[in-house]
Every structure is written in structure tokens, then in C-alpha cells.
Design a protein around this ligand. Sequence first.
Ligand code: ES4
Ligand code: ZN
Length: 326
Amino acid sequence: VDLTTFAYGLPKAELHLHLEGTLEPELRFALAARNGIELAEKTVEEITATYDFTDLTSFLAVYYPAMNVLQTAEDFHDLAWAYLERARENGVVHVEMFFDPQAHTSRGVPFANVVTGYRRAAVRAQDELGVSAELILCFLRDFSAEHAMSTLMEALPYRAWITGIGLDSDERDNPPAKFAAVFARAKAEGFFTTMHCDIDQKGSIEHIRQVLEEIGVDRVDHGTNIVEDPALVAAAKERGLGFTTCPLSNSFVSEEMKSDEIVRLLRAGVRVTINSDDPAYFGGYVADNYVALAERAGLDAGDLARLAVNSFEASWLTPARRAAYI
Ligand code: ES4
Ligand code: ZN
């Protein structure tokens, strides 16, 4: 078989996927109609014409306003369900999905609508698709640490439905250390933890150092700039720390795909994984990211299989459930 067919068929876990980043233009129109919302754009082409991002800021400026159509639990269910069907077609058998409750509660949508809708889709995915789906609650790092803490408190009644806690949105001037107390509390509550660490500027290595040495996360989202510091790479390898990289996303919000960094980590034996980030916005779902990286970096089927094994090893499945896939 050709490498694309192989990449699609390869059983894999997806570990870096923002549910709000799976909102395709067609579903946005359908939800707007259902909720009586008038959109400025009238066609799919008018929407996709706004997807000319050059950096994270220009992406987030399109991303957050698009979420206004998400209001009821049914809306959140329908969004997650559409993603889970696409994920299955991409060979995904397990997924740990980010969601951003503050992007919804801050515009008046109840936390319960968000979490019950997403949870219903996750349960349905196991029953109807054989895909296990877990939720990771992310804090918006451009909101205050106090807002993150109150969001964590709001989540505690839903503890059984939430596997991990993450940190996303605008990283500039919002270092990991800003959230040290809230992540300490999350760990005390028994959540797994991860953080986005992707800023492209001098000093980005300081954010990676903070997540490894001060926060003590279970995984790092992006984090490819760690290649700048061989001692940190060695520490990450020693700990078996997972890195969730996103090639197509990088080619939008960074200068390039960062294939050199990803492959260097792969060859060094670091637990690097391939993911789609915001597939509705960045031109491809997870198997498309495997293919794009393979084409850019000259990877073969064996490399892609290693990346898929890494995705299970870096997952938060129990050892018994993980063993079924490796
Ligand atoms: C995101 Cl690409 C990216 N970076 C930071 N936060 C995000 N949330 C959704 N996509
Ligand atoms: Zn992300």
C-alpha cells in the first residue's frame, strides 16, 4: 500500500486535539441556524477565506469568535461526535480531547452544557465506534490564575469525566509558572497534567524548563524547542515524557512545520507524537499530519509506526489498556 493508505490505517492515539478546533464551516452554519444566530459570512468559501493565519494571535482572533454558535449540550455533543467520526476514519482508536470551558462560560454558556455534551459524545464513541475518548480541561492562559482556579472548582463535580488538565491560548507573557498553584491543586485532585509550550521567541526554553522542573507535567504540548537544550532533552527522554507535536498547525502558526525538530526528537528516542491540534482550521486531520510530516522529512512506514506506538506510550491509558494497542 502507499504511505497515505498506511498512515490512515495505522491504529493510533490522538493526544493533542482541541474540540473547539474541529468546528467545520458546514457545522457552524447548521448550529447558527438551529440557535437563530446570524453569521457575517454566508458561504463556506467566505469562512475559509478568513483562515489566512500568520501566527498564533491571528489564528486565535478567528478561532474564539467562531465558537459563539456553541450553546446547548446538544451543540457540544454534535461538535465532538462529528470529530470522533472523522478520527475513526483516520485510524484513531483512542483520543484525549482538549476543551476550553472558559471560552464558553465567559460568554454566558453554563459549564454543565459544555461538559455534559462532550461527555455524551465520548460515551457514544466507545459504544458505536469502538473509540475510547477522554476529556482534558484546558485553562486559557491569557485569563487570570484565579479564573483558572475557579474553573477547576467548577469541574470537580464532574471529576469522573475529566482525565487531565491542560493550558492553552496565548503563551506570550503567560508563562507556566503563572499557573503553578492551580496545577498543584489539579495534581492533588489526581488529574494528569499537560501544558502548551510553543512560544517562538528567545526564552522559550525557559517555559519548557518551567514545565519540566517546576510544574512537573505528565506531558508537553508542542515543546519541540527543547532541542535547543541537550540536557533538557536527556531529562525528558529519561522520564519517558511525551511530546504532542502538530506539523500542519506549526506550518500555520509558526514559520514552518518544525519537521527537523520533530525528527531529531524521534531519532533521539524521545516519546514524540503526531497530532492535528485544530484540524478544521489547519487543513487536515491526524493521518494527514502523519503524511505531511513523512513527505517533508522523508519518513518511511516504520517511522510512522514508531510514532503511532509513541502515541499509546504517551497516552494516559492504564497500563492494561495500553498493552492492548502496543
Ligand atoms: C491553539 Cl494552535 C493553539 N495554540 C494555543 N492555544 C490553542 N487553542 C487552540 N488552538
Ligand atoms: Zn494546541
